[in-house]
Design a binder for this molecule. Structure first.
Ligand SMILES: [Zn+2]
Length: 205
């Protein structure tokens, strides 16, 4: 059957199917809730009457049903894959402050305790010196924005190129002592509230 319909080109006689498809296009999502409202519906934060209105609309609307399915799948996808703490934590690499790298050794000779080293990163200072026993390393961590008490119990790790990691804990004043380090190169990792402070290439010998 042919029907008369008004189009941009004037009045035309079109068949039923064309009429229906044009009608559907002009009504396309005409009474659909907007994307924001659909999102709120899916998150279940709408009031009761609004929720009922969307639900009864979506039952008859293929587009909204499809959109809600996409939203549901999106919301069900974990946004972050859990990682081990040390990988997730921010790594802050400390640099040697004293003795200055590149400074001629001659300049340091006789300048007091040259085995004392001070490293710095952001507002964290780490002072390292020989421990009370051979192979021991004493350290003090001072942070500008963290109370020393917040450091108590946090882990310090001396990670050798090969062999096992030597661990110690910070006390309430930021002190630590690592024992029985074999001579060699280590990376020192210190767990801090805002990340892991790393001293690369620490030589023990
Ligand atoms: Zn709809």
């Amino acid at each position: 059957m042919l029907v008369s319909m008004q189009t941009a080109g004037g009045k035309q006689m079109v068949d039923d199917d064309t009429f229906e498809s044009v009608l559907r296009q002009s009504l396309y999502r005409f009474d659909c809730p907007d994307a924001h409202t659909l999102g709120e519906y899916e998150l279940d934060v709408l009031g009761a009457s609004e929720r009922t209105r969307i639900a009864s609309h979506a039952v008859d609307c293929a587009e909204c049903t499809a959109e809600l399915a996409v939203l549901r799948a999106f919301l069900a996808t974990p946004t972050r894959v859990p990682e081990p703490f040390v990988e997730r934590a921010r790594r802050i690499v400390a640099t040697l402050l004293t003795p200055r790298p590149g400074l001629a050794y001659g300049g340091l000779r006789g300048a007091g305790d040259t085995s004392m080293r001070i490293y710095e990163a952001d507002d964290v200072t780490v002072t390292l010196g020989p421990g009370s026993t051979r192979g021991g390393l004493l350290g003090l961590v001072v942070t500008g924005d963290v109370e020393p008490a917040a450091l108590g119990g946090r882990e310090v790790r001396a990670v050798p190129g090969e062999g096992s990691v030597v661990r110690a804990r910070l006390d309430d004043l930021g002190n630590f002592e690592l024992d029985n380090l074999s001579p060699g190169a280590y990376a020192l990792e210190i767990d801090l509230p805002h990340g892991v402070l790393v001293i690369e290439e620490l030589r023990v010998g």
